[in-house]
Design a protein around this ligand. Structure first.
Ligand SMILES: Nc1ncnc2c1ncn2[C@@H]1O[C@H](COP(=O)(O)OP(=O)(O)OP(=O)(O)O)[C@@H](O)[C@H]1O
Length: 243
């Protein structure tokens, strides 16, 4: 990973190309990345959140975003999801810019998104939240809860339901914001397993997280803190330890 001032350059390598229903790419031609962020910056409320980010991913790529609170991980994912637009630079999917309306209509159908906020449909049962994928719910450990209203679920069970939805809505690009929060050990293993399987099929996974998560050959992009660091209570406590 190279670092250009506060800008970042990351290239994700192709592990195995399995295009599934995607258009065939002829051999011999240089292969364009499935996803390419070129010199992307992002402003929110007139504040610069991301600056000069360069990242690319081929099929099967995985990127883990880390960084301090407020460094812009969710903003990065929101931009990739099309909720906010880059203030500079471009996000290219199969070549064209995703912000072009024709491209965006197709691009958004490639995305699956998990965040702390995108809650389940509270009044629906667990099963109705994901259609008819009963077996998927069983596999995520929710088999006994299929008839429960999802508002009855614990936080970890809600997150498991989100995983079930990832599998039920089968789309190639997964944008996962803090996907392992509230999981027990088994939940984390389920998450790691479905990510690995998704990548075997050629899927791309981009994860923002503070928690350790095992993803083979993932590129780690650590976003720089946005402000000069000031002393916190923890720094004071650490100093008190020393003296
Ligand atoms: N809706 C918004 N409008 C304007 N600024 C926002 C908005 N949401 C977040 N921000 C700002 O953008 C910056 C980055 O926030 P973001 O949520 O992307 O950080 P993060 O790295 O995901 O943080 P955390 O680790 O706390 O989840 C923060 O300074 C935040 O105040």
């Amino acid at each position: 990973m190279k670092q250009q001032e506060r800008g970042l350059l990351v290239i994700l390598h192709t592990k195995r190309l399995d295009l599934g229903s995607c258009p065939k790419i002829s051999l011999g031609k240089p292969q364009i990345p499935r996803l390419l962020l070129r010199n992307v910056s992002c402003m929110r409320n007139a504040q610069q959140i991301l600056r000069h980010v360069n990242v690319s991913s081929h099929d099967s790529g995985a990127l883990v975003l880390t960084g301090t609170n407020g460094s812009g991980k969710s903003t990065f994912l929101r931009m990739l999801a099309g909720f906010s637009k880059p203030s500079a630079g471009e996000i290219l999917w199969n070549g064209p810019d995703i912000t072009k309306s024709g491209t965006f209509q197709q691009y958004k159908l490639q995305l699956n998104w998990i965040s702390l906020k995108n809650a389940t449909k509270e009044r629906f049962t667990v099963l109705d939240n994901i259609g008819k994928a009963h077996l998927t719910l069983e596999l995520m450990g929710l088999g006994r809860l299929v008839k429960e209203k999802s508002r009855m679920l614990s936080m970890g069970q809600r997150k498991r339901l989100q995983l079930a939805r990832l599998l039920a809505i089968d789309r190639p690009i997964w944008l996962l914001d803090e996907p392992s929060v509230a999981f027990d050990d088994e939940g984390v293993r389920l998450l790691e397993y479905i990510i690995a399987e998704h990548r075997k099929k050629g899927g791309i996974v981009i994860v923002a997280t503070h928690l350790p998560i095992e993803i083979d050959d993932a590129m780690i992009l650590r976003l720089p803190p946005r402000f000069p660091r000031k002393m916190t209570l923890i720094d004071m406590l650490d100093r008190a330890d020393i003296s």
